[in-house]
Design a protein around this ligand. Structure first.
Ligand code: SF4
Length: 216
């Protein structure tokens, strides 16, 4: 991350904490609920298998930008399945950058070739070791490892390894200070700085947490 961006986000974080502001900076757009996997824990895949149209997503990007969102995530379903009118996921990333989002990130299950040089961050899903992963997500582990290596088998061990790699200077997005909360599942919710947009509807992060916490 560029030092100027880091400064900008640090100032936002500090002023949020100091003045208890509820201004949004992080937004998510769900591109589709269509997915090529059927993970055991999943409550959202292929409910309608709708690929949302390009113009609608473009409108959602504009809405989020006007609200103040500068860190944008594209989520699914499986984001690499999204295409509309000859445009694909990479076109959405490029368009988001053009609009002025400072960080544009993509969440994927990792089973498709990662051809997104313009994305700032690509998050892939690996659930522990090969057998555990396969029991949850099917036989996709080796395919995903073509893109990412060194998975560990539980959250604590995973956080330990990430912390070591962070100290070695790897470009890792996670905050090591947040790991104890992740491991113990005792982080506070909701987070007023995040919003989720799906099919033209704005949903606060609390809705998402209420849905997903049932499956933890
Ligand atoms: S990859 Fe994601 S969207 Fe697809 S089934 Fe698994 S958890 Fe659900």
């Amino acid at each position: 991350m560029k030092p100027s961006l880091l400064l900008k986000f640090s100032a936002f974080g500090l002023s949020t904490i100091m003045f208890r502001r509820k201004k949004v900076i992080w937004g998510t757009i769900i591109l589709t609920d269509k997915c090529n996997l059927s993970c055991k824990h999943c409550a959202v895949n292929n409910i309608t298998a709708t690929i949302y149209p390009y113009e609608q997503i473009q409108g959602e990007m504009q809405s989020l930008y006007k609200m103040g969102v500068r860190i944008l995530f594209f989520c699914g379903g499986e984001t690499f399945l999204w295409s509309d009118g000859g445009k694909n996921l990479r076109d959405l990333v490029v368009e988001a950058k053009r609009m002025g989002f400072l960080l544009v990130n993509v969440v994927t299950n990792g089973t498709f070739p990662l051809n997104l040089p313009e994305a700032d961050l690509i998050l892939l899903s690996l659930d522990g070791g090969r057998d555990t992963h396969a029991s949850i997500r099917g036989e996709t582990y080796d395919e995903i490892l073509k893109n990412i290596r060194g998975a560990t088998s539980d959250k604590k061990e995973c956080c330990r390894v990430i912390e070591i790699l962070t100290k070695r200077g790897y470009p890792i997005f996670n905050l090591t200070s947040a790991f104890p909360y992740l491991v113990n599942n005792d982080f506070k919710t909701p987070c007023f700085q995040c919003v989720v947009m799906e099919n033209g509807n704005l949903r606060v992060i609390g809705d998402m947490l209420r849905t997903y916490l049932k499956y933890i």
